[in-house]
Design a protein around this ligand. Structure first.
Ligand SMILES: [Zn+2]
Length: 386
């Protein structure tokens, strides 16, 4: 009897979760839609809808245009019932982004704050985070916590940052960063976080590789095993590797005996495709590089031509290895769209099997993707408790 009760309870929770996710995915649905799509009986749907409405997670929002019979009520998600804040730690800046259950950036800010592995830095990080939280004006009882994006290798299981070249740290416990943040904190590698943000917003979760082109080159690999309606938290579908070092595309050898990489080796992709290759020509201002490129700067056109050729090799290599779409992300990813067809042309010319490179996609988020993805981990964890 006890076991049966547990099972009934579990089935009920699964159904409720399914219904909630369905409403979130489609935004505006009717009760008959839900019953039909999920193969549930109307009484089950009605009971769960009532519960979800009592909890404030969904609401009725008018009626659909009638297609003959009685007009069906519109069921819609209520996103502002919970919030999370993402913090993107970089070598010289700290970015903040607020999201709710919709998983979109509501407000964001970025402040100059060079990283130093000292108590004072962590103290100020705590103060800045608290100030951003207060400024956002959200009720504290709706705040899930901070998601923290780190430009380095994050061993989530042991809650330790094993290595970060950008921050110059080795084996630093995550608790150092969160010591002045008295809220739940989740840590995520920056490229993984950016891919979490990208995958959260799209319903088609086909396998995806992200090539992140910021001041260093990184990446992330997404592969969802069960593609059911229930979906899994995106993070659970990221491939982390034996040492949490998956997606370190920046240190694949692109040119044997080539330029010296910051890692100490030569010819790494990072030396040819990091954003610095471009921004070092404009005092670190990548936006200025693209502006001058647009204005016909010949020297920049040459640099960009070479950059795109190298990027095409990298994209084609990833296509050959993973046979899935490749998102171009990071700082350069946010400027890539006008040059996408040219990049695809170059990549297609290298491809053994295809005569186009439509698998190359631009990233959706141009700002604070890593902060957002880190925050979304709280959102996904919350949704799983429903
Ligand atoms: Zn390297």
């Amino acid at each position: 009897m006890g076991e049966k009760q547990t099972n009934n309870h579990e089935v009920k929770k699964i159904n409720r979760n399914l219904i909630y996710r369905y409403v979130c995915k489609y935004g505006r649905v009717s009760k008959p839609d839900i019953a039909k799509a999920l193969g549930l009986s109307m009484p089950t749907v009605l009971q769960n809808i009532k519960e979800l409405m009592d909890w404030g997670l969904i609401c009725e929002e008018g009626v659909f245009e009638s297609t003959g019979g009685r007009k069906a009520k519109v069921i819609a998600p209520v996103y502002n019932i919970r919030y999370a804040i993402g913090i993107d730690i970089t070598k010289n800046h700290i970015g903040f982004a607020l999201t709710d259950l919709s998983g979109s950036v509501l407000i964001h800010t970025r402040q100059y704050k060079p990283f130093v592995n000292e108590r004072q830095y962590y103290f100020e990080l705590g103060e800045m985070a608290e100030a951003f939280l207060n400024k956002s004006g959200i009720p504290k009882d709706r705040f899930l916590g901070f998601g923290i994006s780190i430009p380095g290798i994050v061993d989530s299981e042991n809650e330790i940052i094993t290595f970060s070249h950008a921050l110059g740290i080795t084996n630093v416990p995550c608790s150092m960063f969160s010591q002045f943040l008295p809220y739940p904190c989740i840590f995520t590698n920056d490229a993984n976080a950016a891919l979490i943000a990208e995958m959260y917003r799209i319903s088609d979760r086909s396998p995806t590789v992200c090539l992140s082109l910021s001041n260093s080159v990184g990446g992330a690999i997404f592969y969802e095993k069960s593609n059911g309606l229930e979906g899994n938290p995106v993070n659970d579908s990221l491939y982390h590797g034996d040492n949490c070092r998956s997606g370190e595309f920046g240190h694949m050898t692109l040119i044997p005996g080539g330029k010296v990489c910051y890692c100490g080796k030569v010819g790494c992709l990072d030396s040819y495709c990091s954003a610095k290759v471009l921004s070092e020509l404009t005092d670190g201002k990548l936006e200025r590089f693209f502006k001058e490129l647009e204005n016909g700067n010949e020297k920049f056109a040459q640099v960009w031509e070479e950059y795109l050729s190298n990027l095409a090799i990298a994209a084609n290599n990833l296509r050959m290895a993973f046979d899935c779409q490749v998102i171009i992300g990071g700082y350069v990813g946010s400027f890539i769209e006008p040059y996408l067809s040219y990049l695809r042309e170059k990549a297609a010319a290298l491809n053994t099997f295809e005569n186009n490179a439509l698998y190359i996609k631009p990233c959706h988020y141009k700002i604070e993707a890593s902060a957002l993805g880190a925050a979304i981990r709280h959102v996904e964890a919350f949704i799983y408790t429903i």
